[in-house]
Design a protein around this ligand. Sequence first.
Ligand code: FES
Length: 224
Amino acid sequence: MTDEPVPLRIRPVDQGKEWSEETLERARAIIARYPQKKSAVMPLLFLAMAEDGRLTSTGMRQVADLVGITPAQVLSVASFYTMYKRDRTGKYLISACTSISCMLADGDEVFEAIETEAGVPHGETDEEGLISVEHVECIGACGGATAVQVNYELIEGVTPEKARELVRWLQQERPQTVNTDQMQEMFGGRRSFDWAIAEEDSAVGPFPAFPSLGTVGRNGERSQ
Ligand code: FES
């Protein structure tokens, strides 16, 4: 036993860039949807991620300034949720659910198929920066297990074979945009809700949709 103090490990946060007027305009439009500015913190963090490719200290400071809270408060939100990335991910982030409902529907095998086909283990990105892979906790689509997301766009009823096809499709086709409807058609199976309402940016409710992250832009481009 030693009396030596244990050094504190503080994770460095990358600097980002100041937001353009266009991004500020998008931020103001997001804030206007909420009765209180600070309620917009979470979508604004996705906007900050889209701006710099990951969450940066500059991005979080701008969110804080816009909604009138401290950067430390913004960081406390950002560091709680795993979907906010402080490291750059690949062009395609594949998230496979391995929580209980998906696990009972071959979720571990689906995840293993993705890791093997991509040649990328959990939490890593391939050398080219094309594909990142992660296993995640329940993403709210248990009725459509096994659930997989690409850039947070959902695919339900994925089998190991379809998961391998999905990875090969991303590697070979390198689509400019990814969206739920197309990927569900190509690689999905049984869905939670067939009554989902199509959104104009192609993501469907009631699943999480991230227009502020810009996985699918109004003009069909992806924003990062
Ligand atoms: S357990 Fe996989 S989506 Fe809920």
